[in-house]
Design a protein around this ligand. Structure first.
Ligand code: SF4
Length: 329
């Protein structure tokens, strides 16, 4: 994903963290609690309820639910990624591990061969841990789990294996925001930075465009839980890199389909205007959106101006606004 971000217009940048500490999962591991989380998460695979879809399938017995994810993780790619928000990518890149399969089916998904057609390689927890350690050795600032919801148990198992081998980077949970509260609770003091989407304000639109059932309530419950865990301050280290907090992404869709005004006002009013918001103008038609009478075009300038006005009228204080037209290449 290309995000060329600029500091939010009012100039209120996040403050450096005072005495930014090491990732909290290290303490959790030292107390023996991470092991218990691994067990609880794995148990959820017997009757899968990792996301709000609650398929109830036994993934450990080989059954597959809506997302088609099985017992072992499937990874599409893993690399240093330079195009996330500045405190995530820094100068050496964010260590993205991009999972195959998805809990949604966006008509416009830019990565549909990975998310919907299953492109990727099956690995085990030990191999996932090796990827984490190699990205750390390459100088990445964090490990960025992309589309992680359906593989939370496997992520926790890999973390258990990586820590004794010296793994110590912050963890970023980069999600569509269609997460169950129970799953997010398993990640309390494990994930350092939540990077969720807030995609829609209308359930019918979310279902039609992305296949998400009950997206709005599920998304808002998940965001509330993330906020309860990390609050609204994006803590930075001395180099300006995020070490703890939350950044919510919202991509503007054509014809008001993303409900931008309502989404941004809900975040500011029900969570906090100090939560970092990443407003994205990069939509382009891909997959089934190509040729669609509504989704088959980029957003126009007027639509993005409306989104910027929503950002301002919601009085969101912190974040980034992608510049319109920056991705027209
Ligand atoms: S993670 Fe996959 S199998 Fe589990 S509830 Fe969600 S869609 Fe169904």
């Amino acid at each position: 994903m290309k995000t060329s971000c600029t500091p939010e217009a009012n100039g209120k940048a996040a403050r450096p963290a005072e005495g930014a500490s090491s990732p909290s999962y290290l303490a959790l591991h030292a107390r023996g609690e991470l092991s218990a989380r691994v067990d609880r998460a794995r148990e959820m695979l017997h009757h899968c309820c990792l996301c709000p879809r609650e398929c109830g399938v036994d993934r450990l017995a080989g059954e597959l639910g809506y997302c088609r994810a099985g017992a072992d993780p499937v990874v599409a790619s893993w690399n240093a990624h330079p195009w996330e928000e500045p405190p995530i990518s820094g100068t050496r890149g964010s260590g993205t591990i991009f999972f195959t399969h998805c809990t949604g089916r966006c008509l416009f998904c830019q990565n549909y061969p990975i998310s919907q057609l299953g492109v990727g390689n099956q690995v085990n927890a030990a191999q996932l841990a090796e990827m984490m350690l190699e990205l750390q050795a390459r100088g990445c600032h964090n490990i960025n789990w992309v589309s992680p919801t359906h593989y939370v148990p496997q992520i926790l198992a890999a973390l258990m294996l990586a820590i004794p081998q010296g793994f110590h980077l912050p963890l970023v949970y980069n999600t569509s925001g269609y997460d169950s509260v129970e799953t997010i609770r398993l990640l309390d003091s494990v994930m350092d930075i939540y990077l969720p989407d807030a995609k829609y304000a209308d359930d019918a639109i979310a279902l039609r465009l992305s296949g998400f059932r009950g997206y709005v309530a599920a998304n808002r419950s998940a965001l509330r839980e993330m906020y309860a865990q990390v609050g609204d301050e994006l803590a930075l280290d001395a180099d300006g890199l995020a070490v703890r907090g939350m950044i919510i992404r919202h991509m503007v869709l054509p014809e008001g389909l993303s409900g931008t005004h309502e989404v941004l006002h809900w975040i500011a009013g029900q969570l906090s205007p100090r939560i970092h918001l990443s407003l994205m103008a990069q939509y382009f038609p891909a997959h089934k959106a190509v040729g669609d009478p509504v989704l088959g075009r980029r957003i126009n300038h007027e639509e993005y101006i409306e989104a910027l006005e929503a950002f301002d009228s919601a009085q969101i204080e912190c974040g980034w606004r992608q510049e319109y037209g920056e991705c027209d290449e």
